[in-house]
Design a binder for this molecule. Structure first.
Ligand SMILES: NC(=O)c1ccc[n+]([C@@H]2O[C@H](COP(=O)([O-])OP(=O)(O)OC[C@H]3O[C@@H](n4cnc5c(N)ncnc54)[C@H](OP(=O)(O)O)[C@@H]3O)[C@@H](O)[C@H]2O)c1
Length: 255
């Protein structure tokens, strides 16, 4: 069991299934949790209850990362909850449709929620004018990507590009913050049966392909992802940085 007692974690997108599993897992290891939601207040409350049941403390904040003004207000609110030790950038949204049908609004929404969100939070956490570090030395940054972040998936250009941008930012954070003992990594799950799949017009086909191509005997669960995130947040992973860990039961190893 990893020990995160005394640590404080911000988990964005804590109302969703993977976010909830991450919050619960970090809480069970002793971390205090600050979680965000966008539209699912009940989902956020359920996550907060799970954190408390795991023996820790939860604070729930609302943010719409697609709205600059709202994001700025959220970051001001977050100032009452720093310093942090862990940032899990998990919130995601995006428009899934053929590349030729994408318009600026689709592109900008996907980029804002999936990539610019991490940039903005990190701007706040590493602001040079802060009286004290807002992300402590020895801290952890984990960002959730997906297979479409480093390969072409039908109808996934906007989301895939946003995940690729996010992963590039993570690699740069690894270099910039490494001297402070802060690590930055990407966790890229295979298909996980969450409500996010409802956004895919071809979801049945995606599920069939995932089942057929995954060497492991089952698909990835939110708890599988949360376990890897918790490991990356632990002392055991102090020298893992700038990496993308695929949590996909071997899917990406198949030719
Ligand atoms: N499910 C999969 O197959 C899969 C595979 C690979 C990677 N991932 C990644 O894993 C992460 C979690 O996925 P999930 O399946 O748990 O997704 P999910 O259930 O759809 O949850 C997404 C989370 O992001 C939040 N969010 C959505 N739009 C937002 C906005 N405009 N501003 C702020 N927050 C916003 C949602 O908040 P509300 O619900 O409160 O609106 C929710 O908490 C994502 O980064 C996703 O890309 C998922």
């Amino acid at each position: 069991m990893h020990n995160l007692a005394g640590k404080r974690a911000l988990v964005t997108g804590g109302s969703g299934a993977i976010g909830r599993a991450v919050c619960t897992s970090l809480a069970a290891a002793g971390a205090e949790i600050v979680l965000t939601y966008f539209s699912d207040r009940d989902g956020a409350a359920a996550t907060a209850a799970a954190v408390v049941a795991a023996g820790s403390k939860a604070t729930v904040l609302r943010v719409n990362f697609a709205d600059d003004g709202n994001t700025a207000a959220f970051l001001r609110e977050l100032e009452a909850h720093v310093p942090l030790d862990i940032l899990v950038s998990n919130a995601a949204s995006g428009v899934v449709r053929p590349t030729a049908d994408l318009v600026d609004r689709h592109w900008n929404w996907s980029m804002a929620v999936n990539a610019t969100s991490l940039f903005r939070v990190m701007q706040m956490l590493t602001a040079a004018d802060a009286a004290a570090p807002r992300l402590r030395d020895g801290g952890r940054i984990v960002a959730l990507s997906s297979l479409g972040g480093d390969r072409a998936i039908p109808q996934y250009a906007a989301v895939g590009a946003s995940k690729a941008a996010m992963a590039s930012l993570v690699r740069n954070l690894c270099v910039d913050l490494g001297p402070r003992g802060i690590t930055a990594n990407v966790v890229s799950p295979g298909l996980v049966m969450t409500r996010a799949l409802q956004a895919f017009p071809n979801k049945d086909q995606l599920i069939d392909v995932a089942k057929a191509k995954t060497p492991a005997p089952r698909l990835v669960t939110p708890d599988d992802v949360a376990g890897v995130v918790r490991f990356l947040c632990s002392d055991a992973a102090a020298m893992i940085s700038g990496q993308t860990l695929h949590v996909d039961g071997g899917y990406t190893a198949v030719a």
